[in-house]
Design a protein around this ligand. Sequence first.
Ligand SMILES: C[S@@+](CC[C@H](N)C(=O)[O-])C[C@H]1O[C@@H](n2cnc3c(N)ncnc32)[C@H](O)[C@@H]1O
Length: 213
Amino acid sequence: MALVVSDAPAFGSAEWWEARYRSGDIPWDTGIVPPEVEALISSGQVARGWALDLGCGSGVSSRYLAQHGFHVVGVDLAQSALVRGHRAAQAAGLSVLFCRGDVSSLGFLRVRATLALDIGCFHALSPERRPSYVTSLAHHLVPGAFYLLYAFEPFQHEGETAPRGAGPTDIGRFAPYFVLQWAQHGRDGERPAAWYLFRRSALSVRSSPLQTA
Ligand SMILES: C[S@@+](CC[C@H](N)C(=O)[O-])C[C@H]1O[C@@H](n2cnc3c(N)ncnc32)[C@H](O)[C@@H]1O
């Protein structure tokens, strides 16, 4: 029996994302701030303070938040994306802190934010990383903070047995640290996708009987 060894990086690994940015195969990188982000900021509900852009890519939303009075930390695994984000922020005269790190382990951050965005990152995490993403995020948000998430809903990717995306079980993981304000389900091309707005509850991560930070 022949053993087939592939050099291709595993889906969702830092190398996989880096290769996407280097090859230019980045259809999500449209340069457009999602209207859902603009609507939340212009609603006036979100107190200015620190904002986290989780899986920030080339930092389009990070720059938008900096323009709107937030101290912004953009976190991503892909160095190429971060370099582009840093250069674009500099060119625009904006101060954004771009950090190379894993969103499921934010222990390197010493801030507590009033806002977090995740546009297309959580849904690509492996199932094992999702619980720590939730607790780490909860730990880095103040009570009442807003968390806006955009994620594909479960879909079958060609050649894979397990579906990709984030379904109701994943969204349920955010309780009890987060209270869902609304969800908007739609499609992103062929894929089902949804926006979710959460607010951080007052429950301390450390005092929770379910998890530790
Ligand atoms: C679909 S892209 C979206 C980028 C950006 N939010 C946007 O809307 O343009 C997902 C991003 O998440 C990053 N990412 C994926 N897994 C990550 C992880 N575990 N930690 C940090 N960043 C991650 C990828 O490198 C990529 O830039």
